[in-house]
Ligand binder design. Structure first.
Ligand SMILES: *Cc1c(COP(=O)(O)O)cnc(C)c1O
Length: 516
């Protein structure tokens, strides 16, 4: 049988009318359905947005879970409207709304409109940024954003980077490259031969306020949590330089091998920025890899007034920047940068089917050569449309605004006798605790009261705040990333803290304290 005969028979055997999923595929035949689905979704989102009056409903898991028990995933709903109506009750009625000005909990930001246009476009065409042959221009868009950020970082002409799923992955990459280049300089390839016998003596130094992904990375890299030395902080929650020097001397005396120092430019809990130039000088002196975790503080790169807070970042061997925090991008959108692009070869694997060595030799840009992911979202498009629509300076001004709000909020609230602050704010985070004079001295009671306050506020849904511990004591945390949050919002949330705190003390304080 000729190919021609087979083709004509086959088109009878598999007529297009019977293609499974035909009505649901994204292609030119379904444009009307595509537009209709998008418009219905858009209506759902905009109606919801208009109706949201507080950041959360306050629902408890055990209240919401039963609604899921009745859903049979093998039985589709009657029509598109029913699908979306169901989603509204299962998800949107009780979602946590980051765009709300009284959402003050974690490092979640309200997102910018151009980034949402990008989400629509990038998921429609579904490019995968691992190789040129799955993305073409998408690869060039990502690379241009990497080069743009590198220009702001000032890492020099040999630097390179790649988009990642988040700061956690970026920090893992930093320590992986630090580890493998450490051994490469000593003539050993970890990539080929695995960890050598002395790897148990490797140490990573970071401040006690650094992100837990440092510990997680150490474990994933075969070094273990014990490889991480937690360097004490000063009262502002910045790495204490005398303590760093002492730890480095202790390593030397004990025959340990300091691999990297992780400096944080904006700690997750306090927004504190480690003294980057001083740490860089220590690293240079001891020939240690310097990683700067700027997951939070990265947008200072664009700040019209506070760029100098990142002074010293240009000395880093590698840097983490989370665009999905202070650049107001939807999750995920993040990147990792290294001063010397050759270090990326420690994680390059040439697969014949995907990114053969011959492609690299021909100069085809395959970003998978720099990534620990293979299939990878075109997250770069969000930042691209954002910059092309509004420019970088306005993002910097937005970040400045929330930093100023934190300073003003601190000035307003520090006078309140029933509040104690952990420290003055540095970026846009306020760490405070309900501590009225009548209960001072009873730390256990105050700890319990502050735990209660956070839960009670979450249950009411009127605001969402976070919590953390400092020196063993329970604190509350406001992370400000919404430029539309006002001082009045902060005052209102403080009033909630006082209200719930006093209610708790009225219930639980010892009688003598109550009458005081
Ligand atoms: C948020 C954060 C991370 C982790 O980033 P993800 O994007 O959540 O993975 C790492 N370091 C710091 C300082 C952070 O604030």
């Amino acid at each position: 049988m000729s190919i021609k005969q087979i083709v004509s028979r086959d088109s009878q055997a598999l007529p297009r009318a019977d293609v499974p999923g035909k009505r649901h595929l994204f292609n030119q035949h379904n444009l009307a359905a595509y537009r209709q689905g998008m418009e219905q979704s858009l209506q759902l989102v905009s109606h919801r947005l208009a109706a949201v009056s507080q950041p959360f409903s306050g629902v408890l898991p055990q209240e919401l879970a039963p609604a899921f028990a009745g859903i049979d995933l093998e039985q589709p709903a009657a029509d598109q409207a029913a699908v979306l109506a169901e989603l509204a009750t299962l998800y949107l009625d009780d979602a946590v709304y980051f765009h709300h000005p009284r959402y003050l909990a974690h490092l979640n930001c309200p997102v910018l409109l151009p980034s949402l246009m990008a989400e629509l476009i990038l998921s429609a065409f579904n490019s995968s940024l691992d190789t040129w042959d799955q993305s073409a221009g998408g690869t060039l868009i990502e690379q241009k954003l990497i080069d743009w950020t590198l220009g702001h970082l000032g890492l020099g002409a040999d630097a390179d980077g790649v988009f990642t799923s988040g700061g956690t992955q970026s920090n893992l990459m930093a320590l992986l490259l630090a580890r493998d280049s450490y051994y490469a300089r000593r003539g050993h390839s970890v990539q080929h031969a695995g960890l050598p016998a002395d790897a148990g003596r490797l140490r990573i130094l970071c401040s006690s306020a650094s992100h837990f992904s440092v510990q997680k990375s150490a474990a994933l890299l075969g070094l273990g949590y014990e490889a991480v030395i937690s360097v004490p902080c000063d009262a502002r929650q910045c790495m204490d330089m005398a303590a760093l020097q002492a730890e480095l001397a202790r390593c030397q005396a004990a025959g340990l091998l300091p691999l990297a120092v992780v400096a944080t430019a904006g700690t997750t809990d306090f927004g504190s920025i480690d003294p980057l130039p001083d740490i860089a000088a220590q690293c240079r002196q001891h020939d240690i890899w310097l990683h700067v975790d700027a997951a939070y503080g990265g947008a200072l790169l664009l700040s019209p007034t506070r760029r100098h807070w990142l002074h010293g970042i240009e000395f880093a061997d590698s840097v983490t920047v989370d665009y999905h925090k202070s650049f107001f991008q939807p999750v995920s959108c993040s990147a990792f940068f290294a001063r010397e692009r050759r270090h990326f070869t420690h994680l390059t694997w040439h697969a014949d089917y995907l990114n053969p060595l011959s492609a690299a030799q021909e100069g085809t840009p395959n970003l998978v050569n720099k990534s620990i992911q293979t299939t990878r979202r075109f997250d770069a498009l969000k930042l691209w449309l954002t910059l092309r629509s509004m420019g970088g300076a306005e993002i910097g001004a937005m970040f400045d605004r929330v930093i100023e709000l934190a300073q003003q909020g601190y000035a307003m609230l520090r006078a309140e006798p029933w509040l104690q602050f952990a420290a003055a704010p540095q970026l846009s985070t306020l760490v405070l605790r309900f501590a009225p004079a009548a209960a001072l001295g009873d730390d256990a009671l105050l700890d319990a009261a502050n735990v209660y306050i956070r839960k009670a506020i979450f249950r009411s849904g009127e605001a969402v705040i976070a919590a953390t511990k400092l020196g063993g004591r329970q604190y509350l945390k406001f992370t400000l990333l919404n430029p539309e949050t006002t001082l009045a919002d902060l005052a209102a949330v403080a009033a909630l803290i006082r209200h719930h705190g006093e209610a708790y003390l009225a219930e639980h304080a010892a009688p003598c304290a109550r009458s005081a």
